[in-house]
Design a protein around this ligand. Sequence first.
Ligand code: FMN
Length: 446
Amino acid sequence: MSTSLRETIDRLEREKLLLRINHALSPRYEIPLVIREFENKFALLFENIEGYSNFRIVAGIYGDRYRLSTALGLRENELLQKINEAIRNPEPLKVIAHSFDYTIKDGIDINILPIPTFYEKDKGPYITAGIVIAKDPETSVRNASYHRMTPIGRDLLVVRVVKRDLWHYLQKAQEMGKDLEAAVVIGVDPATAIAGAASVPIDVDELEVASALLEKPLEITKGVTVNIEYPASAEIVLEGRFLVDSMEEEGPFVDITGTYDIIRKQPVFQISAILLRRNPIFHTILPAGIEHKTLMGIPREARIYDSVRGVTIVRDVHLATWGCGWLECIISIEKRHEDEPIDAGLAAFAAHPSLKKVIIVDPDINIRSCEDVYWAVITRAHPIRDYIIIPRGKGSSLDHSGTPRARLIVDATIKGEKTLFKRANIPGSIKAEKIISRIRNSLKLC
Ligand SMILES: Cc1cc2nc3c(=O)[nH]c(=O)nc-3n(C[C@H](O)[C@H](O)[C@H](O)COP(=O)(O)O)c2cc1C
């Protein structure tokens, strides 16, 4: 298990999952374009950033389940259960002295960071892998969650805060008439990276969940200008406070669907200190890219897995990459009763209210293959009996197809005579397989 971003990079490089890019590239559009091209296959370390010679940028480190499990030192099939166990059994943290190489408190200028500008109509450069650590102003329970943010002044950022735990803390702080202290950490260990993306009950500290994932106490350090502790191995930290009563326009900016989210008034964060390591590594996440989908999706898949397990035997869960990694979920189950797939679909909606569509399949279907899933839908689902529409539900603010938001369950499991639904097989032969492999090699296919 890696305990820092640097260790994660080393580990991925040893496994040949990381590409170093030495060509000089600008963070404005150029680096995002290269990320979009290659992050499906590799984590990317940009070592030559135009205008920011001391920095490096990393992207795509958690670009798929394999990279994420490799970073966490787990096997892919252990991932969801391990996350659920960690959420159920948070572990204590260890406070250590801070070891940053630079602490900037005077003359703060956020523009020293190589913050990428991704899409053409974006409001500006955006920090997309920043995890905000804050404490409940009443109970002091800590929360860690990702929030996109963009500079609106040298020491000011406007931050997108959905109505979840951080938003709740901000509401309480506002009622008390005081600012909310926080720290934004960029470039952390994989356990913190995944815990920050998980939605846990409001009285659970995500950093303690990271500790449980690590299987040893996560090392945290005290802020120098705020009463907030944060992961000690972070590459970059922005300490500061959300200003009470200060809201500014956030967006336009692209969300997980690949389309522009609407412009809203959002909270403002004022930076009181910037802490950096020597040659800091700035982690960036391409909005709507594969890393965005993996990080947002995996903790939700874990929750869906847990919920559906209550009604049937679950084999696997996938928030489909072709469903924006958020709106469509494929679940393979071993059904024991003809109507269990419908209960499985309902349990999935309960675990992930943003879901729009759930497809339930049998275990013989590869739920990560769009072609396989839609083969099951077209051969095994009846258009009247097996498509269940739920006319109202919370749904996702990113789904613009109409309100009230409706939901769909597709039961694509086999009904009736099983042999009629099984895919035909061609018996293998060692000779034929060897020849196929030779032909592949000669064609340079893997
Ligand atoms: C890459 C990434 C970007 C995210 N961006 C935001 C965001 O801008 N605003 C937001 O409120 N949540 C965002 N989220 C979602 C929250 O971080 C995540 O759902 C978290 O679990 C919410 O935590 P909470 O339930 O503890 O409040 C993002 C998640 C990821 C993985």
